[in-house]
Design a protein around this ligand. Structure first.
Ligand SMILES: C[S@@+](CC[C@H](N)C(=O)[O-])C[C@H]1O[C@@H](n2cnc3c(N)ncnc32)[C@H](O)[C@@H]1O
Length: 301
C-alpha cells in the first residue's frame, strides 16, 4: 500500500490526524516527509504494525498511550498507563502563571509548588518557559511519579524537583519534611509564592465522561468525591499552609464546579476562626469561554 492510499483510506473511527501521526511515528519521519514521499510503498513489516495499531485505536485506546508520548506546549513528554494524558486546555495555566510572574516587581526568584504532577507537563513547562522559577511537584501515584521523573531526566532541569508525596492536610508534617529536603535553608512552612494544580475534579457520577477516558485513564487522576471538589478543597488547605502571605493559587476545575469551588473558598474565609483567609477569588475562563480556572490569594495582597 502506498502512503497516499493509507492516508486516504477510511479505517472506521480513526481521524485523519491520527493516521498522519501514526504513519509518521512508525516510519520515524516528520509529517512533511509523508507528503513529499506520498507515492512510496509502505514496507510490509510497517504495514503489519500499522494494522495492529489501528485495531488498538479502534478499541478506544488513546493515541498517546499507543505511541507512548504526548505534546504539551513545546515539550514532547512520555506518557503511559497510570498517568493522565496532558490536555490542551491545561496549557493555558502556563500562560496565566507567566502573566502573574511577569507582574512581580522587581523581578525575583519565584518558588512554585504543583500538586498532582502527572506526566510533569505543567512543572516542566513552567520551568522551561520561565527563567526565574524553582518548581517542586508533588504526586501520590508511583506510576505517574516515575513517568514525571523520566520526563525530568529528558529535559534535565535542576530547578525542578518531583516528590512522591500525598497532598492531604493530615500529612502536613510529612509534606514539610519533604520540602525541607528540597530547600534546607527555608524558614518555616510558608515557602511557596505560587501553588498550581490540575487536581482530579470529575464527579464519579458524571455521565459525560467518555468511554475511552473511563476505560484507559487512571481513576486516581480523574475522579473526586463531593461533586468533584474533594481534592480541590483538600489541596487548598495544604496550599494555605505552604504559601507565603500574599501567595497565589491557581487551580483548574470543571466548567460545572469552578464557580462552586470559588463560593466555597469565600465561605471558608468568611469564618471568623479561619486560620488564613483567601482574597480576590476569581473564576477565569478558558479559550472557549467556559469557567475553568480559579485563582485566589492568601491573606492581603
Ligand atoms: C488531573 S491529573 C493532572 C496531572 C497533570 N498535572 C496534568 O495536568 O496533566 C491529577 C493528578 O493528581 C494526582 N493526585 C491525586 N490525588 C493526589 C494526592 N492526594 N496527592 C498528590 N497527588 C494526587 C493524580 O495521580 C494525578 O496525577
Amino acid at each position: 500500500m502506498k502512503i497516499k492510499e493509507f492516508l486516504c483510506k477510511d479505517f472506521g473511527g480513526i481521524t485523519s490526524q491520527e493516521k498522519r501521526w501514526l504513519l509518521a511515528e512508525r516510519l520515524g519521519w516528520g509529517l512533511t516527509d509523508l507528503y513529499l514521499n506520498d507515492q512510496n510503498d509502505i514496507d510490509i513489516e510497517v504495514l503489519a504494525q500499522l494494522r495492529n495499531d489501528l485495531l488498538k485505536l479502534q478499541t478506544g485506546l488513546p493515541f498517546a498511550y499507543l505511541v507512548g508520548w504526548a505534546e504539551f506546549r513545546s515539550l514532547k513528554l512520555a506518557v503511559g498507563p497510570g498517568v493522565l494524558i496532558p490536555r490542551p486546555e491545561t496549557e493555558l495555566i502556563v500562560d496565566l502563571i507567566k502573566e502573574s510572574v511577569d507582574q512581580i516587581r522587581p523581578p525575583q526568584q519565584i518558588t512554585i509548588a504543583e500538586f498532582g504532577v502527572g506526566s510533569g507537563c505543567l512543572s516542566l513547562s513552567l520551568a522551561h518557559e520561565l527563567k526565574n522559577v524553582k518548581v517542586v511537584g508533588f504526586e501520590v501515584s508511583q506510576a505517574a511519579h516515575d513517568v514525571a521523573v523520566k520526563n525530568l531526566r529528558k529535559y534535565s532541569d535542576e530547578r525542578v524537583t518531583f516528590l512522591l508525596q500525598n497532598i492531604h492536610s493530615q500529612d502536613l508534617e510529612q509534606i514539610a519534611n519533604s520540602v525541607a529536603q528540597v530547600s534546607p535553608a527555608r524558614h518555616g512552612l510558608e515557602f511557596f509564592d505560587i501553588v498550581v494544580s490540575n487536581p482530579p475534579y470529575i464527579s464519579p457520577q458524571d455521565a459525560e465522561v467518555s468511554q475511552s477516558v473511563r476505560e484507559f485513564e487512571p481513576p486516581i487522576a480523574l475522579f473526586s468525591n463531593d461533586g468533584g471538589l474533594c481534592h480541590a478543597k483538600e489541596f487548598s488547605k495544604v496550599a494555605g499552609s505552604l504559601l507565603k502571605p500574599g501567595g497565589q493559587c491557581l487551580f483548574e476545575l470543571g466548567c460545572n464546579n469552578a464557580q462552586r469551588f470559588a463560593e466555597w473558598l469565600n465561605s471558608q474565609s468568611a469564618n471568623d476562626r479561619a486560620i488564613y483567609k483567601w482574597n480576590d477569588v476569581q473564576v477565569l475562563k478558558d479559550l472557549s469561554q467556559r469557567e475553568r480556572f480559579v485563582k485566589f490569594y492568601k491573606g492581603e495582597r
